[in-house]
Each structure stands twice: as structure tokens, then as C-alpha cells.
Design a protein around this ligand. Structure first.
Ligand code: NAD
Ligand code: WQD
Length: 348
């Protein structure tokens, strides 16, 4: 089955692409490479060749806002008698702080780009979509674990764009509910890397997120981790999050694709997390205990826009997709550090 991965060269897309190729899916990666490196494609191919796995992978450099370029990808596949059966739509911009500084860019890429994709899919009779949404859409919620039917009050432009796309997808589904099959995945905090150390997270510049920051402090690329506040209403005063291993998350996408294949004409919103909450201090201490690498830190004031706690209820993913994560914090720390040690400067 041929699957198109927009943003397939990015952090989540590349891990999902590798797993799909290992399972025999025919994959097209469509990416502008704005926030990723073409070296990730070499790493995916290197891994598959080293395991003597036959695979079908095509990479196309293109922007989701370029309708002609997107349309050609679908038309070419039809002409090859191997049409795209499903799309996993990862492409987008994901920095909360950048979205505050440049909201129009975020609306343009995340919302207008998605609208283009949906129009091109319709034109080419492809109606199966897995969409990358985010736990950010919930906003602050004291009620944890968070269920999919909890209220959504995003507090930044990035979250607004994700919730808007969810609304567009709902409207589209309602207008043609005998045509579309849509799965919206709300990720909590994806972390770590492929155990081979060949692919992983490679943020541009100073990382925004806790995990890549910790692994970069551990190897000495950054001096000190800033812990954003020890005065939150949590068990030790630092923020609590639901971290999920990137390979478990990638497995969740394959489960969603298979679900759409056997349950046509559905629209489902599904949390992907681990249902475990760890505080920042717990992560720092566990990382040291598990890996032996100490993480220097200092407590600074709260980061604007942060929330105290976020933990996923994943019972829907388990029930509908038959999916639940199998990797624990130890795997997250070891695989994340392995990637950082093998690639101290990322894909550079
Ligand atoms: P990423 O930045 O690593 O990957 C996104 C990919 O999209 C990159 O390869 C980038 O080059 C590409 N891209 C950006 N703009 C594009 C455009 N206009 N046209 C074509 N390609 C474009 O991010 P990621 O962590 O892999 O996230 C993937 C998706 O999951 C995003 O939509 C993100 O919002 C969402 N998400 C991520 C997280 C997270 O913590 N990583 C959490 C929740 C949701
Ligand atoms: C985790 C905890 C911080 C960095 C973000 C986006 C969200 C989603 C995932 C895309 C918090 C603390 C962090 C640091 C710290 N992405 N922290 N020092 O904020 O839960 O979610 O990434 O959809 O939209 O908002 O993740 O990893 O940034 O923070 O103390 O240098 O670590 O305050 O408590 P977050 P994070």
C-alpha cells in the first residue's frame, strides 16, 4: 500500500517512515526540508540496507503550499498504477514561541497548507488521512488524565492552528461522511530516538524541549539546563508531562493507518501518550540514575505559556487501535542519549 508522508523527513515522520518501510509499505516522503536534513533519508536507507530489507521509498522536495507540486505527486502515482491510498500529514511548524512571534506564518503553513493538501487529495480521490495534532489543543487542564472529549482551550497561535485544522477536518467529514476516513492523533510529549542511533531528534539551534536539552547538556554541548519553575502545583514543584518514546508513537501511526483501512468512513480523535506523568526533577534524576550522565541545572522563572501538568488518557487508542506503548523511561533515556552521543551535532 502506497502512503504519502508530508513532513516525512522530520523527527516524527522519519521514524514513522522507517517503521512503515520495514513493514512493507510503499512510502513517498514529501518535505520542503525547511526544518529537516536530507541526510535523514540516507540514514533510513542505510539502516534498511544493513538489515537487507527490500523497500520502496521515494523522496520529493516540495512545499505543501505548492498545489501543483503536490498534485503532480498524486497524478504521477496514478500514472504508475500505484495510487496513494493514504496520507499521514506531519508537515507543519511546531514551535510555540515562534508561533507567538510570527502567527501569520503558522496559519499559512499549518492551516492553508493543510487546506491545499485536502483539496489535492479530493481531486485525486484519496480520502484517507492521519493528521498530526497536539496535546497543546487542550490548553491548561487540572483534570488528568486528559480524555479526548475534554474541553479545548489552546493558549497560543500554534495550538489555535492545530485546533482549526481539526475543525476543518470535522466539517469536511460531515459534508462527505461516506467518503472520508480521518484519524486525528493528539501527541503528548514525543521523545528519544531509534535504538540504532541512526535517526533521532535534531532541533535547529537551542532546543525548546526538555529531552533534547537534557541529552545536549549530558554530552557537554550545552552547559546547564534551565528548569522553568519549581513553584508549580505538582508533587515537587516542577512541571509534569507525559513522555512517549518516538518508536511507540511511530507504531501508533501504523495502527491508525490499519484502523482506517478496516474502518472506512470514520472521524476519530485519538490521544497518543503513555499515561505516565514525570516531573522535570524526576526526569533529571532518572536520567542520571539510568545513564550515569549528570545533568547540570538551575531553577529559573516559569516559561510563559507553560502549564503545570499534562497526562494522556490513552484508553481510546488502546480500544480502537489496539495500541499501547511498550517502552519505558529507561528506554527513552538510553536511546535518546545513544543518538546524541553518536550524533553530537545532529545530522550536520
Ligand atoms: P519536525 O519539524 O521535525 O517535522 C516537520 C517536517 O515538516 C519537517 O521535516 C519540515 O521540513 C517539514 N515542513 C515544514 N513546513 C513545510 C511545508 N510548508 N511544506 C512541506 N514540508 C514542510 O516536527 P515533528 O516533531 O516531526 O512534528 C511533526 C508534526 O507533529 C507537526 O505537525 C507537529 O506540529 C506535530 N506535533 C509534534 C510534536 C512534538 O513534540 N514533536 C507534538 C505534537 C504534535
Ligand atoms: C516539558 C517540561 C517545561 C525545557 C511542547 C509544546 C507542545 C508539543 C510538545 C508540539 C515543561 C520543562 C522544558 C527546558 C524545562 N509540541 N522544561 N526546561 O512544553 O510540554 O510541550 O512540546 O505540538 O505543543 O508546547 O514540552 O519539552 O518544552 O517541556 O524546565 O529547557 O519541561 O517547563 O514543564 P511541552 P517541553
Amino acid at each position: 500500500m502506497r502512503v504519502l508522508l508530508t513532513g516525512g523527513a522530520g523527527y516524527i515522520g522519519s521514524h514513522t517512515a522507517l517503521l512503515l518501510l520495514q513493514r512493507g509499505f510503499d512510502v513517498i516522503i514529501y518535505d520542503s526540508f525547511l526544518n529537516s536534513s536530507s541526510k535523514v533519508i540516507n540514514s533510513i536507507e542505510f539502516y534498511l540496507n544493513s538489515k537487507q530489507i527490500n523497500y520502496k521509498l521515494k523522496t520529493i522536495v516540495g512545499d505543501i503550499r505548492n498545489k501543483d507540486c503536490l498534485d503532480k505527486v498524486f497524478k504521477d502515482s496514478i500514472n504508475e498504477a500505484n495510487p496513494i491510498k493514504s496520507v499521514i500529514h506531519f508537515a507543519g511548524l511546531k514551535s510555540v514561541s515562534q508561533s507567538v512571534d510570527n502567527p501569520l506564518q503558522y496559519w499559512d503553513v499549518n492551516v492553508c497548507g493543510t487546506k491545499n493538501l485536502l483539496e489535492v487529495m479530493s481531486l485525486n480521490n484519496c480520502f484517507s488521512l492521519v493528521f498530526s495534532s497536539s496535546a497543546t489543543v487542550y490548553g491548561p487542564s487540572e483534570l488528568v488524565p486528559i480524555k479526548e472529549n475534554s474541553s479545548c482551550r489552546p493558549e497560543n497561535p500554534y495550538g489555535n492552528t492545530k485546533l482549526t485544522v481539526e475543525t476543518i477536518l470535522n466539517d469536511l467529514f460531515l459534508s462527505k461522511s461516506n467518503v472520508w476516513s480521518i484519524s486525528i492523533l493528539r501527541y503528548f510529549n514525543p521523545v528519544s530516538a531509534h535504538p540504532s542511533g541512526l535517526i533521532g531528534e535534531d532541533p535547529r539551534g537551542i532546543p525548546d524541549n526538555l529531552f533534547p536539552y537534557i541529552t545536549q547538556v549530558a554530552i557537554g554541548r550545552i552547559n546547564t539546563l534551565n528548569v522553568y519553575g519549581d513553584d508549580w502545583n505538582t508533587r515537587d514543584g516542577s512541571g509534569i508531562r507525559d513522555y512517549i518514546h518516538i518508536i511507540d508513537l511511530a507504531e501508533g501511526h501504523i495502527a491508525a493507518l490499519n484502523y482506517l483501512k478496516s474502518n472506512k468512513f470514520t472521524y476519530e480523535i485519538i490521544n497518543l501518550g503513555s499515561n505516565n506523568g514525570y516531573s522535570v526533577f524526576e526526569i533529571i534524576n532518572e536520567f542520571h540514575r539510568i545513564t550515569g550522565y549528570k545533568v547540570n541545572y538551575k531553577v529559573v522563572k516559569r516559561r510563559s505559556g507553560d502549564i503545570s501538568i499534562s497526562i494522556a488518557d490513552i484508553s481510546k487508542a488502546n480500544k480502537l487501535l489496539g495500541w499501547s506503548p511498550t517502552r519505558n523511561l529507561k528506554d527513552m533515556c538510553l536511546d535518546g542519549l545513544n543518538w546524541q552521543i553518536k550524533n553530537p551535532n545532529g545530522y550536520c
